[in-house]
Design a protein around this ligand. Structure first.
Ligand code: SF4
Ligand code: SF4
Length: 370
C-alpha cells in the first residue's frame, strides 16, 4: 500500500490558502483521480458545536476540500453521524452543513435507510451512501481520546455507523484493545481512499469532547490511515506504538509492516512536534514494572479512570444517559440535575464525557462516592 504522508504548515483557517495546500498534499500523496467521480467527505463531527471548541473538523477545511474536488470535476457529498444522532441532523452549529451547501456539495443524513457491512465476524449498520459513491475521503481532527488516546484517521470511520449503533460497539468490545481491534476491522471493511487531517488547531487534554484547543499548525494527508496516524500522533509527542489502533494495525501488517516504511514529504518533523502537548496516559505507561502492576490492578475497579459527574455544571440535558450503551447512569429521583453512576455496570467507554457539552463529566480516578 502507498505509504506516503505529506504535511504542509497551515497556521489559520483561510479557505483559499487551504485549497492550494490541499492540492499540493493530494498530489504529493498520489490521491485518487476524482474526475467524474462521486466523492463522500466524512468529517469528524463528534457533537454539533462551535468550531472554536475544536471538537470537530473545521468547516473551512471541509469547504476547501469541496472546492478542490469540484475544481477537478467531482460531485461531492458530505455527511457524518455525531455521537447523539437525531434524524434530520445537518451539522448546522459546527458550520459544516452550511459550508457544504454553499460550496456545491450535497449533505447526506447517514440515518436514512442505512445498509450493513461485515466487520470482523459480525454485521454492522453503515451509512448506505458509501455503496453509492466512487470514493470516500476522510477528514479527521487532530485530537486526544480518553479511550484510544489519540483519535485520527483510523478512528474517524466510526462515524460511518449511524446513530446509536456506534455506542453499541462499545458494549460489544468492552476494553481499549478490543475496541481498537474493532476500529481496525472497520477500516479493513470500509477503507477510505484518502485522508486529510485538520491539525491546524487540535485538542489536547481530555478529548475528544472536553479538551483544550491548541495550535498545531498543519494539514496532514495520506492514502494510508496507519501512516498518517503514526505521523500525527508523534507530533503530539506520543510514542505512536502506545496508540492501540496503531499497534494493532502495524501488527496485522496490511497497511505498513514497520513505521520506517513511511515516505514523508514536508517540513522537518521534529520542528512540528508539540513537546508540551497534554497527552492521555495510563499510569506508568512507559514503565514496564508499573505496566505489569496496573494490568494486575485492572480488576480493582476503583483504580481505573472513570466518569465523575460534576453536579454543579450539569444542566440535566440527559445526553449522557441516552448515549450510555449499558445503562450505567441515571438521574437522581429527588436531586435536580444530579447524575448517578452505577459503577459496577460502567464499562469505561467514556461516551458520556464525549457528549456532555457542559463540562459536567470528568474522567479521573475517584476512590469513593459516585
Ligand atoms: S452530565 Fe452533562 S450530558 Fe449528562 S445530563 Fe448533565 S449536562 Fe447533560
Ligand atoms: S457511564 Fe459513561 S463510561 Fe460508563 S459505560 Fe456509561 S457511557 Fe460508558
Amino acid at each position: 500500500m502507498n505509504s506516503k504522508v505529506a504535511i504542509r504548515r497551515c497556521s489559520e483557517y483561510n479557505t483559499a490558502e487551504m485549497v492550494e495546500l490541499i492540492a499540493d498534499i493530494y498530489k504529493s500523496c498520489d490521491g485518487p483521480d476524482p474526475r467524474n467521480k462521486k466523492v463522500l467527505l466524512k468529517p469528524n463531527i463528534l457533537t454539533d458545536t462551535d468550531p472554536l471548541k475544536c471538537v470537530s473538523t473545521h468547516p473551512s477545511v471541509v469547504e476547501a476540500m469541496i472546492i478542490y474536488l469540484r475544481s477537478r470535476g467531482a460531485t461531492v457529498f458530505v455527511g457524518d453521524s455525531p455521537a447523539i444522532h437525531l434524524r434530520g441532523f445537518r451539522g448546522n452549529k459546527s458550520g459544516i452543513g452550511p459550508v457544504s451547501e454553499k460550496s456545491g456539495a450535497k449533505w447526506v443524513d447517514f440515518l436514512l435507510s442505512p445498509s450493513s457491512v461485515t466487520v470482523g465476524s459480525s454485521r454492522v449498520r453503515i451509512a448506505s451512501v458509501i455503496k453509492e459513491v466512487d470514493l470516500i475521503i476522510s477528514l479527521p481532527k487532530f485530537k486526544n481520546h480518553e479511550l484510544v488516546f489519540f483519535t485520527g484517521a483510523i478512528k474517524n470511520q466510526l462515524g460511518l455507523i449511524p446513530g446509536f449503533s456506534k455506542a453499541r460497539q462499545h458494549a460489544l468490545y468492552q476494553d481499549r484493545d478490543r475496541f481498537a481491534e474493532f476500529l481496525v476491522d472497520l477500516n479493513e471493511s470500509v477503507l477510505p481512499h484518502f485522508f486529510l487531517m485538520d491539525a491546524v488547531r487540535g485538542m489536547e487534554g481530555p478529548g475528544p469532547g472536553q479538551g483544550v484547543p491548541v495550535t498545531i499548525g498543519a494539514l496532514i494527508g495520506s492514502t494510508n490511515p496507519l501512516a498518517l496516524d503514526i505521523t500525527a500522533s508523534s507530533l503530539a509527542d506520543y510514542d505512536p506504538l502506545e496508540i492501540p489502533t496503531n499497534k494493532i494495525a502495524l501488527r496485522r501488517g496490511k497497511w505498513l509492516r514497520d513505521k520506517s516504511e513511511i515516505i514523508y514529504d514536508g517540513p522537518e518533523l521534529e520542528s512540528l512536534v508539540k513537546k508540551d502537548f497534554k497527552r492521555i496516559t495510563e499510569p506508568g505507561a512507559k514503565n514496564t514494572i508499573f505496566k505489569f502492576i496496573f494490568k494486575r490492578f485492572k480488576r480493582i475497579r476503583r483504580f481505573q479512570r472513570r466518569p465523575v459527574f460534576i453536579h454543579r455544571n450539569c444542566t440535566g440535558c440527559r445526553e449522557c444517559i441516552r448515549i450510555c450503551p449499558v445503562n450505567a447512569i441515571r438521574m437522581h429521583t429527588e436531586k435536580e440535575n444530579h447524575v448517578i453512576l452505577t459503577d459496577r455496570q460502567c464499562i469505561r467507554c467514556y461516551c458520556c464525557s464525549e457528549v456532555c457539552q457542559y463540562n459536567a463529566v470528568e474522567i479521573r480516578r475517584k476512590f469513593f462516592g459516585v
